[in-house]
Every structure is written in C-alpha cells, then in structure tokens.
Design a protein around this ligand. Structure first.
Ligand code: ATP
Ligand code: MG
Length: 406
C-alpha cells in the first residue's frame, strides 16, 4: 500500500477542493461509511464471479469470528447504510463520498492496493435525466481541474435486465463456438458471467471479443428509448461522447446507460471514472426496489493527469535576527495570523545563522521572508523580502503586510 507524501499533497488538496466545490454546486450531500463491512455484503453486492470478490479483497475474521473485508469500492457500503437508516424509502437522495478503498492487485502506475475513490450516487430517480446530470457533474470536475482535454467519455447501454437476458444467450452461443480460444478466466465465466468476458484485458482474447455480438443490437424498445434520451441530453449540453459497444461493467446489477471517462495519458490504467445505473442493487441487498445510479472516480489517476496545481506553500517565512527577536518571533507570527485566517506563516525555530534561516525560507516555498530584528522590534515593523519575484524590499507594519501576503 502506498503512502502519499507531503510534496504530493498540493495536487491532492487541489483535487479534493475541486470535488467539494463541484458537488456542492449540484446540491449533493456527503455520506461517510466504514472502511470495513461484512464480507457477505460485498459478495452479494458485487457478485461472487467478479475479479474484485474472487481475487482482490482483503478478508479476515474479527474477534467474534465474523468474516469482514476492507471495502474494495464504495457503493455496497453506501447502499447498506441507506437501507439501514431508511434513507431510500420514498425519498430522493443525491449523495457523494470520498475515501480509501482496498484491493489486493499487482501494484503499478495508477493501480495501488490502497487507493482513493470519489463517488456520487443518486437514489429514487429512474433517469435518464439524472444520469445525464451525473455525467455533466463529472465533466464539470474535469473542467475545474483543467484536464478536460485529456479525457473522453465512452458510453454504452446494457439495456434492461430482460433485454440483457436475450443478449446473454447470444453471447454464450458465440463464445461457446470459440471455446478453444478462451483463456481460463473467460472459460469459467462463460456460464456464470459471460458479459464479463467482454471486459477481459487478456491480449489473446481481443480478436474474439471484437467479433462478439453487440448488446446495442438487442435492446428492447424501452431500453433504446432510455438510452436515446440520455444521449440527447448529453448532446443538448454540448458534451461529446463515443459509443463503445464493448463497454460493460463488471457487476451484474447494472442496467441502461453505463460510461467510462478514459485517457491515453496513463498507459494501461486508462479509466479515471466509471459509472452507470444499478436499479437492481437496493432490492438485491434487502431494500425495497429503488432506482439508483452513480459513478466512482479514482483519485490517484486524476492526480496523475493534473498539470497546473496551485502551490500550498506558506505565504511567508519569518526570519529572526538577534536574541530579542528569537524570543518574540512566535508572538509576531501569532499577530499576523490574528489579522486573517487565510494568512499562512512558517516561523523559524531552533536558532541558527541568518544564512541558514534564509536557506530554510527558500526551501519552504514561501514567497516572502519576513525579517524580525532589533530595529523592527523598536519600530513595530517587519522587513519584507520577496524571495521569488521582483518586489523591492520594504519595512512594513503588520497591517500593511496583510494585503501584500494575500
Ligand atoms: P480497472 O479496469 O482499471 O481495474 P475497475 O473496473 O476495477 O478498473 P472500478 O471498480 O470501476 O474499477 O473503480 C472505479 C475507478 O476506481 C477506476 O476507474 C479507477 O480510476 C479507480 N481504481 C480502481 N481500482 C484501482 C486501483 N487498484 N488503484 C487505483 N485506482 C483504482
Ligand atoms: Mg480492477
């Protein structure tokens, strides 16, 4: 599991702030559920015959002998919490979450054993208007982050459960005819989860997958209308998309529109955000049948796409010259912070030469050094030196400094 170190944090904070700002602008409320749930919840919600449940979960027995798992995704716990607290009964909910997820995968760029997901979920609305809203919300996030040109929207429809049953038959027929060429995973999924074969990353499988029948050719009238209405709303909003007839989601309960935001800037780990409608899940987990839809985004992959990240360095580093200044430094820094909660000041600690203090000031990334010396103590001023720009050095009162720092 990877650590996220301080010098990566500016990008993470920028991303998380953008997420909070965007979800607030759509009126979504936050929900936080535990990192650990009963294992049975995930096998019921995600499905026994999925990569996640078969190979990727961290599962252990707790002290009571109950089997628990670290959450590999956020939707199962979200639905469990919603049912448990009566959030879904006759209500519309627009909620979002952000937190760490755990999957025992082979770590590589863009793929970690502890990773973060931001997700948004809407319960109680059958769509497709709200599916379009979620897609527009994700698009607005890319815009806010300045990465919209690196992502394309791929979309497909899985249709209703009924229309998918017809397609499933066709798919089983097709893959059975090519049985000798299936890899072991796909062979196993032929009966249990044939749609998942379409999602195989195995290179040898790609030509066979390419020739497979398209789900889009088997949509019933209702499913087609749902999908067309979703596409029409995206078009009306001027949002470009590509229909990818082989796009499936790993989980059985998805219906109608599903989508992925993909990039070619991250090598093999190209999917940044994935979502779709999961009308069957709440009923499947013991709640009353309720339509629901949502997406989940991987934060590591979004961070990797960022190029312009605002600095989170402090505004100023206080350099203390002379014994009296060393004594008074902390209080002077407090006075500055009193003026505005937005000001950030790093106050030098531990003594040392002027030269070494300026070295630390430089390393801190602060724009300004504020020098406190005997003269400053007498005249209640700080000497303000611009460490990065062209501003001339000036001696200023604290009140005058505020507008320069911010
Ligand atoms: P992949 O095909 O890349 O394995 P997935 O279909 O397993 O993705 P989802 O379960 O749809 O992924 O999760 C949504 C998003 O979460 C992904 O698009 C990705 O951005 C992120 N994600 C999933 N697994 C990982 C991981 N191990 N490390 C980092 N991010 C991940
Ligand atoms: Mg995966």
């Amino acid at each position: 599991m990877n650590d996220i170190l301080p010098d990566e944090m500016a990008a993470w904070q920028f991303l998380e702030q953008a997420i909070r700002q965007v979800v607030a602008s759509y009126g979504y409320q936050e929900i936080r559920t535990p990192e650990v749930e009963k294992t049975a919840l995930f096998s019921r919600a995600i499905g026994d015959v999925t990569d996640i449940v078969e190979k990727e979960m961290y599962t252990f027995d707790d002290r009571n002998g109950d089997s628990l798992s670290l959450r590999p995704e956020g939707t199962a716990g979200f639905v469990r919490a919603g049912i448990e607290h009566g959030l879904f009964y006759n209500q519309v909910q627009r909620l979002w979450y952000l937190g760490s997820m755990f999957r025992h995968e082979r770590p590589q760029k863009g793929r970690y054993r502890r990773f973060f997901q931001f997700g948004a979920e809407v319960v109680g609305l059958p769509g497709p208007d709200v599916d379009a809203e979620l897609i527009l919300m994700s698009a607005r996030l890319w815009q806010t982050l300045g990465i919209q040109d690196k992502l394309t929207l791929q979309i497909n429809s899985l249709g209703s459960l009924e229309s998918r049953a017809v397609y499933r038959e066709k798919l089983v027929q097709y893959f059975t005819a090519h049985r000798s060429k299936l890899d072991a995973d796909s062979e196993r999924r032929l009966q249990s989860n044939p749609l998942r074969i379409l999602d195989s990353k195995h290179p040898d499988m790609q030509p066979i997958i390419k020739g497979a029948p398209h789900l889009g050719d088997y949509l019933d009238a209702e499913s087609r209308a749902h999908f067309d209405a979703l596409l029409a709303r995206l078009e009306a909003a001027g949002l470009a998309y590509e229909i990818n007839p082989h796009l499936v989601r790993g989980l059985d309960y998805y219906v109608h529109g599903i989508y992925e935001w993909v990039t070619d800037a991250l090598g093999a780990q190209g999917t940044v955000c994935a979502g779709g409608r999961y009308d069957g899940l709440i009923g499947q987990l013991g709640g009353r049948e309720t339509p629901a839809t949502g997406f989940a985004m991987g934060l590591e992959r979004a961070v990797a796409l960022l190029s312009d990240v605002p600095s989170n360095a402090p505004h100023a580093y206080m350099v203390l010259i002379g014994e009296a200044a060393e004594q008074a430094g902390l209080l002077w820094a407090e006075k500055l912070r009193d003026r505005s909660p937005d000001i950030s000041v790093l106050c030098h600690g531990g003594g040392g030469s002027v030269k070494s203090q300026f070295k630390r000031a430089d390393k801190s990334g602060a724009r300004f050094a504020l020098v406190l010396d005997d003269e400053g103590l007498a005249s209640e001023t700080l000497l303000c030196k611009d460490l990065r720009g062209e501003q001339a050095e000036q001696r200023l009162k604290i009140d005058e400094l505020v507008s320069i720092l911010l």
